[in-house]
Design a protein around this ligand. Sequence first.
Ligand SMILES: *Cc1c(COP(=O)(O)O)cnc(C)c1O
Length: 376
Amino acid sequence: MIPIARPLLGEEEKSAVLGVLSSGMLAQGKKVAEFEQRFAEFIGVQHAIATSNGTTALHAALLAHNVGLGDEVITTPFSFIATANAIKMTGATPVFVDINEKTFNINPDLIEKAITSKTKAILPVHLFGLPADTEKISAIAKKHHLAVIEDACQAHGAEVAGKKVGSFGTGCFSFYATKNMTTGEGGMITTNDDAVAQQCGKLISHGSERKYYHDFIGYNYRMTDIAAAIGIEQLKKLPLFNAKRKGNAQFLAQYLQHIQGIVVPEMAVVPEINPASNLTHVFHQYTIRVTPEFPFSRDQLLQNLTENNIGTAIFYPVPIHQQKAYPEYHHLRFPVAEMAAAQVLSLPVHPGVSEEDLLFITRFIQDVEHKSRKLL
Ligand SMILES: *Cc1c(COP(=O)(O)O)cnc(C)c1O
């Protein structure tokens, strides 16, 4: 089976973890501090605060920007549920804005129409590793005095004009096992705002800066030194991982882009292909669209691939506004997000995928298409 995701862990991670175990200091200590410093440097921000996962990073970041009951936060309906849940957890209301069909990211041209007197922040997601339109979003946020909280949980190392995502607003990252780098479970908040950083530090540790002195009721959202030790080693390997992902994506595009009924990811935004682009895509997922011109339905193709040991997945089959957990949004329509949910299919692109695997995947899809055209 070629899995859709697989963490790459080596001797470096193993010995780092053993080092922490031998030290006997398992909770927050030196390794967390070192990981935070290295991650802040990598993203190019003043502060990084390690958390227990990406969801808690988002929750704490929103709270640190004073988002709460009665506030609205503008975001995308086409994301992992945690994006909207984190807004809900603060008591605020997610306000969804439809996506762009080429990038799968929030459509910046629809944001201003969604702004009300209650709007407190914009929460774009850099979905599948492609940066959202940070330029337009930052300009809108500035004009309306809104905070920007970036869900960069799928975009470690992605850039806009040489600047890393997570440095445009307050960034939130996840180190879940399937992400571009992992600590098993883990997260990080990145920011240049001293006050936000200080507040995040307190929020994730029961409202305290100094042990047993509590300024307000906070949470325990801390990362362990065991996780941080893995993260330090993974961060060193991240540029190599991302380069491999991009190479794999280019390979897939080369073979799949000419198949009728398959829309490959927006490779035009990859600088190697379009020098005018200033975006760096880190291909957390390689997500194609299977349109009605393809001889099989998306779900039939998925079943076919699965039966032939090619791990595929649908990210995401149900947009957030149509989830059971969000009944108050069911009457709303976001046509592009709904079309995407019906057509997307993610193929293995992670650094553990070999060239042989890629050939097998692309040949398989080409064959499926050829054979069925003959039958028609
Ligand atoms: C993974 C992910 C999260 C949540 O991260 P966890 O570490 O699983 O809590 C949030 N948003 C997006 C877009 C993600 O992919």
